[in-house]
Design a protein around this ligand. Structure first.
Ligand SMILES: [Zn+2]
Length: 214
């Protein structure tokens, strides 16, 4: 029972509030107060925000246990949250920021259908090969990081589910709800899969390993 309380531990609540605060303040009207109109600065802040939200999301899943493995997973989540936008440059066929941000259609990694497809491939691979360590968490880190990126982009462009079509622009309340709830849901899945035999591998609130293998 105690382990379920970890989902709503004080440090989890503080991090959740921080995450929600970032999502609320992550608005062009707020950012323009602090950041110049320089496109490079804006792109850097935008990319960093994707990374911070993805990293904080996985930090919530790890129950804020600062093990080396968890920190590496948090770092990986941040990188995965940012790397999607590389498709702007690939689609533009140029390293020019102007070209990358002037595309007439959304680049391929912003197809939200890919999230489910890639996640299922990674999860199937994980089930077949029974990876351990960080590799075992990769499917879930990917799922959380990419979902957060697509949802954040969705408040400006909607979600694009090729070949089916696109949604309207996502309301900000829905975006914040998904961003704040997904880590907790994933954390609950981690809890459900904990068993005595897993403790040596996954850690728990009592052994303080705090790893998040799913
Ligand atoms: Zn993007």
């Amino acid at each position: 029972m105690d382990k379920w309380l970890d989902i709503f531990s004080p440090k989890t609540i503080v991090l959740e509030l921080l995450l929600v605060g970032i999502c609320i303040l992550d608005d062009p009207s707020v950012i323009s107060v602090f950041i110049s109109e320089n496109p490079l600065s804006r792109a850097a802040v935008d990319s960093a925000t994707h990374g911070v939200i993805a990293a904080m999301s996985w930090l919530l899943v790890t129950n804020l246990q600062m093990t080396t493995r968890n920190l590496m997973e948090v770092f990986l989540s941040g990188v995965l949250g940012m790397v999607i936008d590389i498709d702007h440059f690939i689609a533009a066929g140029s390293l020019s920021l102007n070209a990358a941000t002037s595309l007439t259609k959304r680049p391929f990694l912003h197809n939200s259908s890919l999230i489910l497809i890639i996640f299922m491939l990674l999860y199937s691979l994980q089930q077949c090969r029974q990876f351990s360590g960080i590799l075992a968490s990769v499917p879930w880190i990917f799922l959380l990081a990419w979902t957060s990126h697509h949802m954040r982009d969705g408040i400006r462009h909607g979600l694009w589910f090729a070949p089916f079509g696109s949604t309207q622009v996502i309301p900000k309340w829905l975006y914040i709800g998904v961003i704040s709830l997904c880590p907790l849901l994933l954390k609950a899945v981690v809890m459900l899969r904990w068993s005595d035999s897993d403790h040596s591998r996954t850690g728990s609130s009592t052994d303080h390993q705090g790893t998040a293998v799913i």
